[in-house]
Design a protein around this ligand. Structure first.
Ligand SMILES: Nc1ncnc2c1ncn2[C@@H]1O[C@H](COP(=O)(O)OP(=O)(O)OP(=O)(O)O)[C@@H](O)[C@H]1O
Length: 530
């Protein structure tokens, strides 16, 4: 632990708040406030990620020392740490809300690992900061398990994400209002240590632009380019445009991955958009169970469905436009910024098509045949409750003979897909006919590619996960952990480490949502107030 090397460039190179107390305040002329984590009474390690630990050179035995638990609960600071909370603003649900900032996240410092890579360590739930507004600066075990498990599950699924190093209980109770019954409840407190090369969000730039702190805005942009986009070279107007184009590209790639695995972020405010295109803030997120583009796990968004599965790409674009507006003063021209936004649309459109082609086992997307084939499938899926994960996983084993035209004469061809339907007994003959007709066209398309079926299955299984962090699984792990039993959190972490592999002993974690969990997938069960 004491061998970690820190290089705290953010606080070294950018101006901080002159005041050091935790009282809520408007922080101007500064990018952060120095604030240490609060100590907790009885820190207890619940789980850690060995892969995340390895990124900063920590071994398994390092993670099991009492010091690891002390440090990542906030009870001890290592030499070289210089804790601070960042100042940022944001658009929430489409409205500018002004200063937000790290209200319960505290950056401990920036570790430089043996490969020379930078990893910022950040505690979430580490106590009050000047940005806490009226809230308590804390996090509960329930939301922390969700954050920890989903960060690591997303990493193993190949989705760009912030990482989770550790989850520690504090030994203290935290009061939370539960949305579903409206009553306050005491819950166990917890702290997650997150890791990312940078935690800068779109909102870090927005707050400076809105306050007309343009010199500081330029300083932050220059710092970001120098630190996280060094290949772009010396900052200039042209570099800023290249930078924004790259942010458009990485953001598009991130959302394409979400669409591939059925992840719904649920709260895509600009303060939750990472400048590195990493998934950040695992709050009211959820996994699509039955394929429904209008589904959102966030019950506070249920009427508008702004952040539902099918809107995620459009919202990411909207958020990028807000970032472009923020850096406009450094560019002074609208047109090149507009062209940069077009990069997003281009990268997303092409990337999404290729992703869908890969999910279906094609070598590459062919507009002529695949455009209709894909959109017809996506029209079919929501007609009856169809589990997205199981449908695509099982599509790989639909029996389509190599090299021969698929006849699709009867519904035996649909057999492997039956597992994906929530109420298979209710499938109407008309629906079956449509699905079989689609499978027939699909078979013809596969024949055109001519990829041997075993190769195709392998390729499909590499993009269509078998295991995702189903909403009800996370909830079961939470229920047990709240009763003091942490085994299922660890077990889920292990399963999610290999989401594309068959794990015969863990088949039950691949099962579709049980009946009891219907309509309880998102915040209605898991309070948004985390
Ligand atoms: N319990 C809390 N105490 C203090 N501030 C909070 C708390 N919960 C949320 N906030 C703050 O409210 C704002 C928006 O909340 P949001 O739910 O997006 O954040 P979060 O889950 O705390 O954090 P992050 O985006 O860092 O993962 C942020 O400024 C956040 O720091």
């Amino acid at each position: 632990m004491n061998t970690l090397t820190f290089d705290n460039s953010f606080v070294r190179e950018l101006p901080g708040d002159a005041l050091t107390h935790r009282q809520p305040r408007r922080v101007t002329g500064a990018c952060y406030s120095r604030v240490p984590p609060v100590s907790v009474s009885v820190p207890g390690l619940v789980v850690h990620s060995r892969e995340a630990a390895a990124l900063i050179g920590l071994s398994e035995s390092d993670c099991l020392t009492p010091q690891f638990t002390r440090v990542f609960s906030g009870n001890e600071q290592l030499l070289g740490m210089d804790p601070f909370a960042m100042c940022y603003g944001g658009h929430q649900f489409g409205n500018w809300v002004g200063q937000l900032g790290d209200g319960r996240a505290i950056n401990l410092g920036e570790v430089i690992n043996r490969q020379g890579h930078r990893w910022v360590l950040q505690l979430k739930g580490a106590g009050l900061t000047p940005y806490s507004r009226t809230a308590d600066g804390l996090a509960v075990l329930r939301s922390s398990i969700r954050e920890f498990l989903c960060s690591e599950a997303m990493f193993h699924l190949g989705v760009p994400t912030t990482r989770a190093l550790s989850l520690v209980t504090t030994g203290e109770q935290v009061v939370r209002d539960m949305f579903y019954d409206g009553h306050p409840k005491e819950e166990p407190g917890a702290v997650v240590c997150r890791m990312a090369p940078s935690f800068i969000r779109f909102g870090n730039f927005q707050i400076l632009a809105v306050r007309n702190e343009l010199a500081l805005l330029q300083q932050l942009v220059d710092y970001t380019i120098k630190t996280d986009f060094p290949h772009l070279g010396i900052p200039s107007k042209e570099t800023y445009l290249q930078w924004i184009r790259q942010v458009c590209r990485t953001t598009a790639e991130m959302v394409i991955h979400w669409m591939r695995v059925g992840f719904v972020h649920g709260v895509m405010n600009t303060d939750n958009m990472s400048i590195l295109g990493l998934t950040i803030d695992y709050g009211p997120y959820g996994w699509l169970e039955n394929y429904d583009p209008a589904w959102t796990p966030n019950t506070t968004d249920a009427s508008g469905r702004r952040y539902c599965f099918g809107n995620q790409s459009g919202i990411a674009h909207w958020n990028l436009v807000q970032l472009a507006n923020a850096i406009y003063p450094l560019i002074g021209e609208v047109e090149p910024l507009q062209e940069s936004m077009d990069v997003y649309v281009d990268v997303y459109t092409h990337g999404w098509q290729q992703m869908m082609a890969r999910k279906l086992g094609f070598e590459k997307y062919e507009k002529e045949t695949d455009e209709d084939l894909i959109s017809d499938l996506l029209d079919l899926l929501p007609l009856v409750e169809t589990d997205m994960t199981l449908f695509f996983r099982n599509l790989a084993v639909v029996n389509i003979p190599d090299g021969a035209e698929f006849s699709g004469r009867d519904d035996t061809s649909m057999a492997p897909l039956m597992e994906a339907y929530y109420t298979p007994e209710e499938l109407t003959p008309a629906y079956k006919e449509k699905m079989i007709a689609w499978l027939k066209r699909y078979g013809v398309r596969l024949t055109k590619d001519g990829i041997p079926s075993d190769k195709r299955r392998e390729a499909m299984n590499r993009v269509n996960p078998k295991y995702v962090l189903r909403n009800y699984l996370a909830q079961l792990a939470i229920d047990k952990a709240e009763a003091g039993e942490h085994g299922m959190v660890k077990e889920l972490l292990e399963v999610m480490r290999h989401p594309y592999d068959e794990q015969p002993e863990k088949e039950h974690f691949a099962e579709k949502r049980p009946e009891w969990a219907r309509n309880r997938a998102g915040c209605s069960m898991l309070s948004c107030s985390s």
